[in-house]
Design a protein. Structure first.
Length: 249
């Protein structure tokens, strides 16, 4: 069974750094398990953080602009072709980790067969991996328009300000129906530990469940491209037991 973690939030909140931290934690905990990084954010920052410029996307398959342009073999159905094309656009990070880019997604209001065929093919692809980490575009709605799949834990990344708390509440409202019956909570990033009490009161005001807090890491300012942070990894390990994820830390 695939463990599925979604990381949502406003651009610039630290989503990509947190996604990469979870990837490293899962690699450390389960070195033989497979991980799919699913970049559902239109900025493609996750791929860029690995030094990748991925042009072949799920949208390219949907739009007919898939760069391979091999056509559909006579003995291959459209559904089989989509599954094959998804395999072609996977990019390996290492022996156990792959990344895939969605880019634009179609509306679920579209009744064309391709919408369901892509949903089914993406669903099957995700469930081939032991772990899937979604770097989401703002909330879960955009991901749900692409693939209807149950998430084990959804993290809303917020920064320590009232504006960010208000936005996190909106993200929670937009995502709630897509996370029904599963974990949905806030991780506050770039925190000054001396202000945790005030921050806790602020988030309580907005009825937000705090899953954990991550301190500000100045190293990220000096090395912003890779989004690598041992400080973030250590902070996640400290609150990991609160998450609806395998508990073997």
């Amino acid at each position: 069974m695939t463990i599925k973690l979604a990381v949502t939030g406003k651009g610039g909140s630290g989503k990509t750094t947190i996604v990469k931290a979870f990837m490293h934690i899962f690699e450390e905990m389960y070195p033989d398990k497979s991980i799919l990084l699913f970049d559902n954010d239109l900025t493609s920052e996750l791929a860029h953080s690995f030094g990748l410029d991925i042009r072949n996307t799920i949208y390219g398959i949907r739009s007919g602009k898939h760069e391979y342009k091999t056509g559909i073999p006579d003995d291959m159905s459209k559904s089989e072709f989509i599954e094959w094309a998804l395999e072609e656009i996977l990019v390996p990070i290492n022996d156990n980790v792959d990344i895939i880019e969605s880019w634009f997604v179609g509306s679920k209001d579209c009744r064309c067969p391709i919408t369901k065929q892509i949903n089914d093919a993406v669903y099957k692809l995700i469930n081939r991996y032991d772990f899937c980490i979604f770097d989401c575009e703002f909330d879960l709605k955009y991901l749900n328009q692409l693939v209807d799949i149950e998430i084990d834990s959804t993290i809303i990344v917020a920064n320590p300000s009232e504006e960010s708390a208000h936005l996190a509440q909106r993200i929670k409202e937009f995502s709630a129906k897509h996370a029904a019956g599963t974990q949905l909570g806030v991780v506050v990033n770039k925190v000054d530990n001396s202000k945790m009490l005030a921050l806790s009161e602020l988030l309580h005001k907005y009825d937000l469940d705090i899953l954990g807090a991550i301190p500000y890491d100045s190293e990220l300012e000096r090395n912003p491209i890779s989004r690598e942070s041992q400080v973030v990894r250590n902070a996640i390990k400290a609150f990991y037991s609160r998450l609806n994820l395998p508990q073997e830390l």
